[in-house]
Design a protein around this ligand. Structure first.
Ligand SMILES: [Zn+2]
Length: 192
């Protein structure tokens, strides 16, 4: 899928919202991303899974791992396309871990997937979990990459789409200065 097509699909699915948003950090932004919006459509989720699997089609992959919640459906769909298992990690007492009897065999080749990579923190945590189990991380992918340009994860990172999100402090936000109404994302009244 071309960048343009993917942008259109994400916008039409309500993933990529443009406007003036109040983030949980208190900062304001011109874009808001909600990947769950596209993953609720099985045929679209399957398509994204196929796109991600294709980015690593030259590699032997035994297992897809993604962090809960955002990585659960995605890992499953990438696994469907790659023809392998898909599992997820989750946080318990603040620590990323494998639960529910999920395991990784030593030497298994693993692709990590996440809905959005922002700081790379959770991707690194999943990577550590996999390596601790003896798995070999072949690479990382995500639907959207909005990380800093200098992000270094130590393995190949091949996202589907890079999106720049401008973030401002409330006191010097140009959107506020232009009188654009501030929305709190995620609340029902913002749904179309
Ligand atoms: Zn603002």
């Amino acid at each position: 899928m071309q960048r343009e097509q993917l942008m259109d699909l994400l916008t039409a699915s309500g993933v990529l919202q443009e406007g003036h948003f109040l983030l949980s950090s208190g900062l304001h932004s011109d874009r808001y991303l909600q990947c769950a919006q596209i993953l609720q459509h099985p045929e679209r989720a399957e398509k994204l899974g196929r796109e991600i699997a294709e980015k690593f089609s030259g590699e032997k992959i035994d297992l897809i791992v993604g962090p809960a919640m955002g990585g659960i459906i995605l890992a499953y769909e990438v696994a469907r396309s790659a023809g392998c298992r898909g599992i997820f990690t989750e946080r318990k007492d603040g620590e990323m871990q494998l639960r529910r009897g999920f395991g990784i065999e030593p030497g298994e080749r693993v692709l990590l997937v996440e809905d959005v990579v922002t700081t790379g923190k959770s991707a690194r945590e999943v990577l550590q979990v996999v390596e601790k189990e003896g798995g070999k991380v072949v690479g990382i992918s995500s639907i959207v990459d909005r990380s800093p340009a200098d992000l270094e994860l130590g393995v190949p990172y091949r996202p589907l789409l890079r999106v720049e999100v401008e973030v401002y402090g409330p006191e010097d936000c140009p959107l506020c200065q232009n009188g654009i109404p501030l929305k709190k994302p995620g609340s029902r009244e913002n749904r179309e």
